[in-house]
Design a protein around this ligand. Structure first.
Ligand code: GLU
Length: 476
């Protein structure tokens, strides 16, 4: 199997478009085939500089490696359509020669007026084939230097194909316009370039967004006109946002690379994307990319639109973090815990790995370990449900335990504090909040004993004493 991802460089990639790339990549990997990246940059008007680099960076970050394409090359290159315009022109001319396409010199003004009229008569707006009926005149006009386009002559009858995801699809050809294939500036439209490239690059399975379904009859007519066997088509359902709108650049869908900055792991994103419209047929939800390659098939992609649930991504991200080996997590946290050494991050792993949903959470959780927290007026102290006497008693006991027993055996410290809480008639859970606020500035956080070991005896005592002083000045 040879599949491709063929983005247009019109901006960054969002979840929906990368999900299409992922399905094409998985289908190829599942069959030990090839995955090709092709940049469809023939529409100069929609081109946004820098997007090609963003596309490449996004796919690389997600580790969706391509076997052929920009930067890696391949025997069917170049893989940027703007470098292949001669090929498209030659194929447009050959379609004209075999009468599957024709030259058209209608001006934009005439086409505009024609559409106006069609609209006024409540007819569908479609090219009226004026030039098809006057090909000799058109030839003379072209010879005299008039601008001309090549249009597909949409054949009569019906177009049918068996879509891998959607099943049998049928279109009445009378409903389909004679598509412009070659523009007057000599550049192809998408409809010509996509067919020529998919054929010449020996793509066996065209996997793309289902918004292209209405274009597929045009493409099949081009295949037929050129005498080529068409590939299989798999039209992937749209991805909807939680409010049921289609994810799109226009609606501000997030650039996938931003998820990295927000602390999501590429493997969690790949996992979440795979589950948008695909299911393994088992209970399993957490998949590594390698596991996905093993089980993924297009036949198990559901044709209905899939809703992207950010909470599911959060859950999967947390689960992938728990599964990571410590060294990988130490490396992944480098960006989110700037300025920390590997050793420091390694020491933090036991405190963080079970507790964070995203890598950014590590930054918040670890912050009080690096900077002594200032008393926060929004954090009640003593905490709710703990009276002043109990709070003082807990701090005194903790200071005493750390001062005399040190932090080598934190078990002993913890059990002494628990006994102290019980003796004071408080729930240990509540009473411990006093110590959390004292050491970490908040009533919860990483485990208290591990935090104190990380901070060391001296710093722990400094914080405990400062908190004790705060309580001494309270009367009551
Ligand atoms: N360049 C088209 C796009 O960005 C590709 C569609 C296709 O895969 O055929 O949507």
């Amino acid at each position: 199997m040879r599949t491709r991802f063929a983005p247009s460089p019109t901006g960054a990639l969002h979840f929906g478009s990368v999900r299409t790339a992922l399905f094409a990549w998985l289908a190829a990997r599942h069959t030990h085939g090839q995955f090709i990246l092709r940049i469809e940059d023939t529409d100069q008007e929609r081109y946004i500089p820098g997007s090609e680099a963003l596309i490449i960076e996004t796919l690389r970050w997600l580790r969706l490696e391509w076997d052929e394409g920009p930067e890696v090359g391949g025997q069917f290159g170049p893989y940027q359509q703007s470098l292949r315009t001669d090929t498209y022109r030659a194929h447009a001319e050959s379609l004209v020669a075999s009468a599957h396409a024709y030259w058209c010199t209608c001006t934009p003004e005439r086409l505009g007026a024609m559409r106006e009229e069609q609209r006024a008569r409540s007819q569908p707006t479609r090219y009226d084939r004026r030039c098809l009926r006057r090909q000799e005149e058109v030839a003379a006009e072209r010879a005299a230097g008039m601008a001309a386009v090549v249009r597909l002559r949409m054949p009569d009858g019906r177009t049918e194909w068996e879509d891998v995801i959607r099943g049998a699809l049928v279109f009445d050809n009378t409903e389909i316009d004679d598509q412009v294939l070659l523009k007057s500036d000599g550049f192809p439209t998408y409809h010509l370039a996509v067919v020529v490239d998919d054929h010449l690059m020996e793509i066996t399975d065209v996997i793309r967004a289902d918004e292209w379904i209405p274009s597929t009859p045009k493409h099949l007519a081009v295949y037929a006109g050129l005498g080529w066997r068409p590939p299989r088509f798999a039209h992937v359902p749209a991805v909807l946002s939680p409010d049921q709108h289609k994810l799109s650049k226009r609606r501000g869908a997030r650039n996938v690379l931003e998820y990295g900055e927000l602390g999501y792991l590429p493997e969690a994103i790949v996992n979440a994307m795979a589950l948008l419209g695909w299911s393994s047929g088992t209970e399993q939800e957490v998949f590594t990319p390698a596991e996905l390659c093993e089980v993924f098939t297009l036949e198990r992609v559901h044709p209905a639109p899939a809703v992207f649930d950010p909470r599911r991504l959060d859950d999967l991200n947390g689960l992938h973090i728990r599964r990571m080996d410590a060294d990988a997590l130490v490396d992944a946290l480098e960006f989110h815990l700037p300025g920390t050494s590997k050793d420091v991050r390694r020491a933090l792993i036991p405190m963080l790995q079970e507790r964070i949903t995203t890598l950014v959470d590590a930054e918040h959780l670890a912050a009080p370990l690096f900077n002594r927290p200032e008393p926060d007026p929004n954090v009640p102290f003593p905490p709710r449900n703990v009276d002043l006497a109990t709070a003082r008693r807990m701090l005194d006991a903790c200071i005493d335990a750390v001062e005399h027993g040190g932090l080598d055996g934190t078990e002993a410290v913890l059990s002494r504090l628990k006994a102290e809480a019980e003796a004071a008639g408080a729930k240990p859970r509540d009473a411990f909040r006093v110590l959390y606020v004292a050491v970490l500035g908040a009533p919860s956080g990483v485990p208290l004993d591990q935090a104190m070991v990380f901070l060391g005896k001296e710093e722990s005592l400094t914080r405990l004493h400062a908190a004790r002083t705060r309580l001494s000045v309270i009367t009551g």
